[in-house]
Design a protein around this ligand. Structure first.
Ligand SMILES: *[C@@H]1O[C@H](CO)[C@@H](O)[C@H](O)[C@H]1NC(C)=O
Ligand SMILES: *[C@@H]1O[C@H](CO)[C@@H](O)[C@H](O)[C@H]1NC(C)=O
Ligand SMILES: *[C@@H]1O[C@H](CO)[C@@H](O)[C@H](O)[C@H]1NC(C)=O
Ligand SMILES: *[C@@H]1O[C@H](CO)[C@@H](O)[C@H](O)[C@H]1NC(C)=O
Ligand SMILES: *[C@@H]1O[C@H](CO)[C@@H](O)[C@H](O)[C@H]1NC(C)=O
Ligand SMILES: *[C@@H]1O[C@H](CO)[C@@H](O)[C@H](O)[C@H]1NC(C)=O
Length: 262
């Protein structure tokens, strides 16, 4: 009697276990990681990035101390050549999310990527008359990127732009900002802020959207005070991104050192 009870009892437990495993496996979707979007406060990063977050070089050095930065940018921007982008991506509509929903169980896969060509980086594209990205002439360009967060829809701040989220680089206070000199952004909003168009969001993950191209904002420092350590803070401005977290200096921003020796 007791034996029968245990046999039935364990058979029942096993069945419950197998069933719950099966249900769980059914809900795992390798194309669409469910929990990735919890980390919804992206950080920023710069390119070129060597060992440390600093761009330090000398304009008059015979040995071209800026060459390593130029090489870094050349490498990063290879994939942004028009020839490459035309194969990998489509020409998307500015100001509109590149939303590509699945229809119930029917996967909309592979998902298309939007083109980001080097030309969008203007004087910082490394094309044409400025193959050293301004480094040689003491007007260096630095690329800012926002780390990818799967299925994240950054929201605009209408007073800044209705089609993009924006990037701004500043000194720590007014005095430091003045020493940092005039800055240009590419691409930029009408109000001269760096601009990341909504068309580059959401990112659907490497599996579903293999051709995704990371958008950049280039900031060019036209007249930074020479022989001076600048601490440059670049922040992304979006309605749903926190860029003021004192505990995490990489949330919604990046800080780097810039020094141009004469
Ligand atoms: C370039 O020259 C400076 C001083 O002349 C030196 O400190 C620096 O290490 C040199 N850089 C390279 C990459 O050779
Ligand atoms: C991209 O364009 C640059 C400049 O025109 C060129 O030097 C480079 O070889 C190109 N790279 C690719 C992968 O097409
Ligand atoms: C991804 O890029 C390759 C070329 O690198 C292209 O052949 C392919 O069609 C692209 N896929 C999509 C979904 O656009
Ligand atoms: C992409 O669209 C823009 C504006 O909508 C247009 O100026 C450009 O020529 C288009 N490029 C291609 C390759 O179709
Ligand atoms: C965004 O749109 C609103 C409402 O149409 C408008 O008031 C605002 O000026 C626009 N913002 C920019 C930066 O153009
Ligand atoms: C560059 O900055 C210096 C001071 O740091 C200033 O005197 C000069 O007018 C600036 N030049 C331009 C073109 O803004």
């Amino acid at each position: 009697m007791i034996l029968t009870f245990y046999v039935v009892f364990y058979a029942f437990l096993t069945a419950v276990f197998v069933l719950s495993m099966w249900v769980m496996l059914q809900t795992i979707d390798e194309y669409n990681p469910k929990y990735a979007d919890r980390l919804a406060n992206p950080g920023l990063m710069i390119r070129p990035k060597l060992d440390t977050l600093e761009i330090v070089y000398s304009i008059n050095a015979q040995n071209a101390s800026w060459q390593k930065y130029v090489n870094g940018l050349n490498t990063v921007l290879q994939d942004y050549n028009t020839t490459v982008q035309e194969l990998r991506g489509t020409n998307c509509t500015s100001g509109v999310y590149n939303k590509q929903d699945d229809t119930g169980d029917v996967r909309n896969y592979p998902k298309k990527a939007c083109q980001f060509t080097r030309e969008k980086l203007g004087d910082c594209s490394g094309l044409g008359l400025n193959p050293t990205y301004g480094y040689e002439s003491g007007k260096p360009c630095v690329l800012i990127k926002m780390n990818r967060v799967i299925n994240f829809f950054p929201e605009i701040i209408p007073s800044l732009s209705n089609t993009s989220i924006t990037i701004k680089c500043t000194g720590k206070n007014d005095e430091y900002d003045r020493l940092l000199g005039e800055r240009l952004y590419f691409p930029s909003t009408k109000g001269n802020l760096g601009s990341i168009d909504l068309m580059y969001f959401p990112y659907y993950g490497n599996r579903a959207q293999k051709n995704y191209t990371q958008p950049f904002v280039a900031v060019q420092f036209l007249n930074a005070t020479r022989d001076y350590d600048h601490n440059v803070e670049c922040r992304v401005n979006a309605a749903n991104i926190n860029n003021q977290d004192d505990r995490d200096k990489f949330q919604g921003r990046v800080i780097f050192r810039l020094r141009i020796n004469s």
